[in-house]
Ligand binder design. Structure first.
Ligand code: SAM
Length: 357
């Protein structure tokens, strides 16, 4: 992975595109007939880990986090999510940064879970604080967590995450399963780092009652943290897994929320796993999501920098209808798809740490 020090711009504010115009009849229907049902909300741009491909330690020291005053308050988040719910969003994923480091996260979950129309509140987390938080989060309304787990080797885990503690994360996964949460593990598949552990990562997840998933490495941060030669494609991941586990059978998408992962069953055991093939077999045609950063920038696509600031609308005294207009403008501007290149060229300037995956 790249080790040179890089200078990246501050995490926020995001660039602003367009201005709210005429609000269409269905503000959440985009120009490609995709209907938005799902909002990913980064509740903080801060993280307690320093993953080498996301926010390495030396980069972390240079990155300017958003000042607290720029981060949406719970009241602002509740208001924005209520407007989305009124328009038809049903699922909210809390992410970060690391969502569990936002003070009062359990209270925030409780507030979001009781918003009329929101039927699912889920979270993506590194799991470091989950041992203590899984029960309270479940009680507050979280129904599922995706936990990042790139390696099962404690020393490698520490090296990869900068500050991570594998034992804590495994305890967090166990606590989440014990609390009744649906749990998936997420591993960014990286040649030379965890390519020898793909099967073990599956076994570890299955043993714990979780569904393992693998993510193709994506170029963010202007491609500066991207190492094309470290990327494992979904086909390579499948081949490796099939060699050890036997044939994998494609599963149909479950329910109305297609999501970016393609799911597979191990033919011999029926065990399930997922692969997110953002680079080699993207899923943009099915995209039903928007992303809101901690500072209120609404991004219609992970792979483009376009954003509209909902915080500006709110803090300028805008009404809920003004928010709807800004949301509609973002949805109208939603691109056909991302344009991630395996060279890393044309990557968005935004950082995964700021948008939350
Ligand atoms: N801190 C939380 C966590 O660790 O899950 C949430 C934020 S983190 C940015 C969300 C997910 O994005 C993690 O699973 C992480 O491994 C993944 N990720 C970060 N950078 C990535 C990249 N360049 N390509 C693919 N996945 C990436």
């Amino acid at each position: 992975m790249p080790t040179s020090r890089v200078h990246l711009p501050v995490l926020s504010p995001a660039p602003i595109i367009g201005v709210p115009g005429v609000v269409p009849a269905d503000p959440l229907l985009d120009g490609f007939a995709r209907r938005i049902r799902y909002l990913r909300v980064s509740v903080t741009d801060r993280c307690n880990y320093r993953c080498s491909y996301c926010m390495p330690e030396d980069l972390g020291e240079q990155l300017a986090f958003a000042p607290r005053s720029a981060v949406l308050t719970f009241e602002e988040l509740e208001r924005v999510i209520s407007v989305f719910a009124r328009l038809g969003v049903r699922k909210v994923r809390l992410t970060g940064g690391e969502p569990t480091v936002r003070r009062g996260i359990v209270d925030l979950v409780r507030r979001i879970a009781r918003i009329p129309g929101i039927s699912q509140v889920v979270m993506t987390t590194n799991g470091h604080l989950l041992d203590g938080l899984a029960g309270p989060l479940a009680a507050a309304g979280i129904s599922a967590v995706n936990v990042s787990l790139d390696t099962l080797d404690p020393a490698r885990f520490q090296a990869l995450t900068g500050r991570g503690d594998l034992a804590r994360v495994l305890a967090g996964i166990d606590a989440a399963v014990a609390a009744g949460l649906r749990v998936k593990t997420n591993a960014v598949a990286l040649r030379g780092i965890n390519d020898g552990e793909l099967v073990a990562l599956c076994e570890a997840a299955w043993q714990r009652g979780a569904v393992p998933r693998f993510i193709e490495h994506m170029p963010m941060s202007e491609g500066q943290l991207y190492a094309a030669d470290a990327e494992l494609t979904s086909a390579q991941i499948r081949t490796t897994l099939e060699r050890a586990l036997g044939p994998l059978q494609a599963r149909a998408h479950a329910g109305a929320d297609p999501g970016p992962a393609r799911y597979w069953s191990v033919a011999a055991t029926g065990r399930e796993l997922g692969i997110i093939s953002a680079m080699t077999d993207h899923f943009c045609d099915d995209c039903n999501r928007l992303r809101l950063t901690a500072t209120g920038a609404l991004h219609a696509c992970l792979g483009h920098d376009d954003a509209i600031s909902l915080r500006e609308v709110i803090r300028a005294g805008g009404s809920d209808d003004d928010l709807v207009g800004a949301i509609a403008a973002a949805v109208t501007g939603k691109r056909a798809g991302h344009v991630f290149q395996r060279s890393g060229e044309g990557a968005p300037t935004k950082h995964m740490i700021g948008i939350g995956g």
